[in-house]
Ligand binder design. Sequence first.
Ligand code: FAD
Ligand code: NAG
Ligand code: NAG
Ligand code: NAG
Ligand code: NAG
Ligand code: NAG
Length: 526
Amino acid sequence: MLSIRSFMLLFLSCIAVRMNLCFTGIHSSLKMLSINGHFEFDKVQFAARDFGNRYRYYPAAVLHPSSVSDIAMTIEHIWKMGLRSELTVAARGHGHSLHGQAQAHQGVVINMESLQYPQMQVHTRNFTYVDVSGGELWINILHKSLKYGLTPKSWTDYLHLTVGGTLSNAGISGQAFRHGPQISNVHQLEVVTGKGDVVSCSKEQNSDLFYGVLGGLGQFGIITRAKILLEPAPTMVKWIRVLYLDFTTFSSEQELLISAENTFDYIEGLVIINRTDLLNNWRSSFNPQDPVQASQFKSDGTILYCLELAKYFHHTEDDIIDQEVTRLLSQLSYIPSTLFISEVTYVEFLDRVQVSAVKLQSKGLWEVPHPWLNLLIPKSKIKKFAEGVFGNILKETSNGPVLIYPLNKSKWDNRTSVVIPEEEIFYLVAFLTSAVPCSRGNDSLEYILTQNMRILEFCRTANLGAKQYLPHYTTRNEWQAHFGPMWETYVNRKNAYDPLAILAPGQRIFQKAKSLSSWLPHLNST
Ligand SMILES: Cc1cc2nc3c(=O)[nH]c(=O)nc-3n(C[C@H](O)[C@H](O)[C@H](O)COP(=O)(O)OP(=O)(O)OC[C@H]3O[C@@H](n4cnc5c(N)ncnc54)[C@H](O)[C@@H]3O)c2cc1C
Ligand SMILES: *[C@@H]1O[C@H](CO)[C@@H](O)[C@H](O)[C@H]1NC(C)=O
Ligand SMILES: *[C@@H]1O[C@H](CO)[C@@H](O)[C@H](O)[C@H]1NC(C)=O
Ligand SMILES: *[C@@H]1O[C@H](CO)[C@@H](O)[C@H](O)[C@H]1NC(C)=O
Ligand SMILES: *[C@@H]1O[C@H](CO)[C@@H](O)[C@H](O)[C@H]1NC(C)=O
Ligand SMILES: *[C@@H]1O[C@H](CO)[C@@H](O)[C@H](O)[C@H]1NC(C)=O
């Protein structure tokens, strides 16, 4: 119950906010910290935007840290104010979240890209790894490690994302079937907890924090430094696309490929509905094996499934790579005239999405709303999912690509925080849509959001056991259902590392100033 006194305080603090007194308070209290970087109180608009382009929460301040101690000092300061302060803290990587996850309403956003320490360094002693700042972009890590003939093993499709941002989710791409997601390829982390403690952690040292932070949605600490495992890098890539008309054949061949000993280095897939233009596009950028036949292949409103593959090689293996690719392809039963092959450098392959990004940016089409939906679907239900969604709920894929490819759970560590379905094999299905601003048609934000809701509703009623990747929910019950049996561990970790719920408020899982006991009633007794 609210006492008269606290009611008066609340009332007065509302007036204070009105009069901007609170802001001045925040300014002066943060300004007193003797940090090496700086706080920005005016140019903070960028921190209220993200790739999703739908949520906009303005922070009170942005910290441009120049060292981990800047981050630790700021968080410790806010931690010590306790519940007297409503300030929260969001690490912002490259701001490529979809639902404001890196934003902090009236809080402090930490611009992780300003953190240039430690200077990126490749180590090649007992095992090879790169030591990077949590704000480092994966594209920079690629260029640096290639100077040593090395490369990280597991990627995302797009490399202009930060280490801290993808490790807080999982980091999934076409290499994950073999190496696991990016969170399976981390040797060590340095983390600043919600109390301002700087903690070094790994599988051996402070392992609960290490696993908690991986896939932890930023809830337990800010990743300030990471050691990422490396392997010898190839120089060239055979990049292949083939088409199927039948979903069952397509998916069972994907599953065959990911379980084979000797296979491709990258395996993904796409669903193509009502898009001849896309095929014409490939004809110009890929080399059809048989140009005449390929030019005759047309899709007329049918659904096509595209298997996308890559085989890495070195220049010196020029002579054997074609035989190897032919041998691997010979086990597959795609439509023969739809074999598209292109040969690109390793960097061109990994940074492939940047080409489209730059094109879209130049046309002003990158900064539109992105109502993306990412799902993980158990293998036993993928056919049901495909039947219910492709061509039914989803009538065309002209609003953006739809990715679909299988992953093997054995490459995921169940001690991390990421939530995946319960089967050994599950599929990532990514609806990467763009909405056209001001449109009222089937490319409008409203239309796409309704479609997403219908897909989620279908998964729920058909009881598919699907899990959201890059999850977004609005209620406690939904979060609890998302985590399922892991919820208790998740809340216990929150209680241990960020008990005031200062960190990553934009995920909307926990809320500052609400007692933790409301999340897990029995915490009261401990
Ligand atoms: C074009 C595009 C392609 C993508 N492709 C893939 C893909 O192939 N595979 C895949 O797995 N994902 C993919 N993603 C999703 C991407 O991994 C997430 O959106 C990720 O959050 C973006 O990273 P970021 O560095 O911009 O993080 P932000 O959006 O800045 O942050 C994401 C979350 O992590 C927190 N956070 C940020 N930095 C840190 C840190 N150092 N320590 C702790 N918490 C932190 C933030 O507070 C926020 O809650 C893609 C996104 C885009 C826009
Ligand atoms: C690296 O190798 C040296 C010598 O072989 C060994 O003493 C050391 O413990 C190893 N370090 C790690 C981290 O494995
Ligand atoms: C998943 O990976 C494990 C370990 O590599 C392997 O034993 C298993 O056969 C794989 N499962 C499938 C269905 O490919
Ligand atoms: C393709 O689009 C047309 C209308 O543009 C629609 O009638 C048809 O059903 C679509 N095909 C599929 C497979 O959804
Ligand atoms: C996690 O995986 C290990 C080894 O694969 C297994 O023994 C353990 O039971 C799993 N734990 C949970 C909670 O699933
Ligand atoms: C989507 O809208 C466009 C333009 O309004 C139209 O040409 C197309 O047929 C529509 N597609 C579907 C599946 O309704």
